[in-house]
Design a protein around this ligand. Sequence first.
Ligand code: NAD
Length: 494
Amino acid sequence: MNRISHWIDGRLSEGTSGRTATVYNPATGETSGKVDLADGGEVDAAVAAAAAAFPAWRATSLSRRAEVLFHLRELVDANRKEIASLLTAEHGKVLSDALGEVARGLENIEFACGIPHLLKGAYSEQAATGVDVYSIRQPLGVVAGITPFNFPAMVPMWMFANALACGNTFVLKPSEKDPSASLLMAELLAKAGLPAGCFNVVQGDKVAVDRLLEHPDVMAISFVGSTPIARYIYETGTANGKRVQALGGAKNHMLVLPDADLDMAADAAISAGYGSAGERCMAISVVVAVESIADELVGKIRDRIPGIRVGAGAEPDSEMGPLVTGEHRDKVAAYVAGAGDEGADVVVDGREDAPDQGFFLNPSLLDRVRPGMAAYDDEIFGPVLSVVRVDSYDEGLAMINDNPYGNGVALFTRDGGVAREFQYDVNVGMVGVNVPIPVPVSYYSFGGWKASLFGDSHMYGPEGVQFYTRAKVVTSRWPDPRTSTIDLGFPQNR
Ligand code: NAD
């Protein structure tokens, strides 16, 4: 049995809590390993290793830190396939999708290679006579990342690339559903020259998370996962005096206007709705169709569904893999089962003809879904596309803005004026214009609005650098015997 353990102070560390969780191969449904679940003492050991490594790593020159990141960039690049295979084996996503995940994660390491430039402060000479003022950004110390099952490599890279580049040390608590990629990344970081203790992995569940949330030496928490847990992490972490960015769930709409290219819109709905079996926080889950083109659009989406090749992620032909666990597959299937009773049209029922081995569910298409139905109100996180019909652009926009989530949204139109109005008015953090999955490139930052993000700071990019550093402003005067006087007044900028 494959045993998946912790990585503490530069080496593998077998769990001692006696608690484990099962890791599955979602394509077969078989158990592929057991992952250790840390207790508080094991979390403490990881935090202690990170705290001990911090002073030396913080003092390491910017050019040396950048050098480690450049090495890491080469190693991740050289090991793309190995990382992707681990993702496919434990998450189930198809290899091409897993390679895409690694590529989008790698962007964040490339961004962090520019850390000497990114940490430059400002300098004002002669702010007052003989007085200069300058700002610097300093690392926080030990920071922690808690990550979801759906991007076991990319989301950790969103966090640790900038955190380490800024001079912090890091404790990662990956999802217990697909924990192996985190250990491969730990090995690659060590090979890249990162000193022991700077990057640690504690495998675990709520017990490990709660210890990180209360640990006095953890200065900041980055979280990505579902909304109820994101809210809990934010409230508990901030109550304990930590800096917290907590990204939550999503319900992403794609508004299709009558002037849109409907074939392009249908292709996009298929790709963004069923890619990664819908287990993406930026997946499109609701197509909002203006009534005049709704029949035609639904027909085009329906006609494309039989062409989607569902199969094991490791098979080169597969386009859509299984869901992550049997439990999650059953939960998603229940939304399809319930949609008809709530008054939706089940145009394609993905429960039919799904492979009986593994955690598969075929793509489903629901039409005439409305707010108030479970298929609309809940984040399903599976291969289920709902179509909501509206009479006008205004009605579609109002519905999107009323939705409690605000992660991603897409508009399909040929009208630039309407697109501009939409980006101005929509209450969503990441907007695509004829782009269905508008995940920002690494030199912008990623984050939703409303219940999709708790905290002030988006993740990675410039906001990531801000999150992992704190600002200090120095006001300095060098002794000049020619100007020295006694002055008890408040110093003024003269
Ligand atoms: P999850 O919230 O169940 O788990 C996320 C992390 O929290 C895991 O590491 C898990 O071990 C831990 N956790 C789970 N329950 C906990 C509890 N009660 N107390 C403390 N910690 C707990 O999420 P998931 O199912 O792994 O991932 C899917 C969710 O993540 C979806 O809702 C998806 O939208 C969201 N997500 C959001 C983004 C984003 O950028 N906004 C990106 C990816 C995923």
